[in-house]
Design a protein around this ligand. Sequence first.
Ligand SMILES: O=C(O)c1cc(=O)[nH]c(=O)n1[C@@H]1O[C@H](COP(=O)(O)O)[C@@H](O)[C@H]1O
Length: 313
Amino acid sequence: MFVNKLIEFIKEKNSPIVVGLDPRIELIPNVVKDKYFKKYGKTFKGAAEAILEFNKEIIDSVYDIIPAVKPQIAFYEQYGIEGLKVYNETCKYASVKGLLVIGDIKRGDIGSTSKAYSNAHIGKTEVEGESLEAFYSDSITVNPYLGDDCLKEFVGDIEQYEKGMFILVKTSNPTSSQLQDLVVEGRKIYEKVAGIVNEWSSKYIGKYNYSSIGAVVGATYPEEAKNLRNLMPSSYFLVPGYGAQGGTAEDVIHNFNEDGLGAIVNSSRGIIFAYKKEKKWSEEDYGKAAREAAINMRDDINKTLESHGKKYW
Ligand SMILES: O=C(O)c1cc(=O)[nH]c(=O)n1[C@@H]1O[C@H](COP(=O)(O)O)[C@@H](O)[C@H]1O
């Protein structure tokens, strides 16, 4: 079951953090880019191959200190088919290195279309009686705004293939309140979504009392997190927004339960492009810089959890 593995990896590595693999070609070191642009020209193929080498070095540098990575598919899609191939190669490489892969795909459509998205990312696609895997991931992000019949289509594959999903509840962006905080029938919309997530979560609880059906709760909304933690006690929270978006360890603390579990905090730019932030790093050191940034983030969150009496393992 996805959530059991996630918890075991978090405990083994003493690390409730996720590294987001959101490559931006303009920030990839020239030593990597130049090689591929020379070989393939300034093309999608050149960009995609540079991204793959970059991602592999990042994964090699952090795989032993984190439980999971989260590639955001948009950063690959923008390079067309070549980008999508590299998305999948990145997911598989991370998995071979012993990491859980959270495919940040944010899908959701009418039921029958959601099923096709589910086949593509956490299930299998049938071709004349053959069951084939399109893209590899252990868990995905899902947009709930089409309602229950959309979510239901992902749940079948979660059960059958022991995968997970994180449903968007309260997102980290500055204007997330514009729609998510509207009050309808006495409750904010994100609270209503939390109610739906809680219902789905409680049907798929693993051996550590957490569910493979989780929620996305932005690090930038600590007050809302307190409320959401109570509304979805068994849901695992994916918490993006630490670092580059301004979220701090203190901000994310309410996403964790008293057992020190219940949340996994993501940082993308802050880790993978850490080499850009300090003069001490040369371009070639981008892997080392990412490792140091991931260790600092892990220690920051662990120290803060301990100071709140929330870490017991
Ligand atoms: O689902 C997500 O991962 C997500 C939800 C959300 O509310 N906010 C958010 O930033 N994200 C993703 O988390 C990552 C944040 O990246 P950084 O801001 O670079 O750390 C990006 O991949 C976003 O798409």
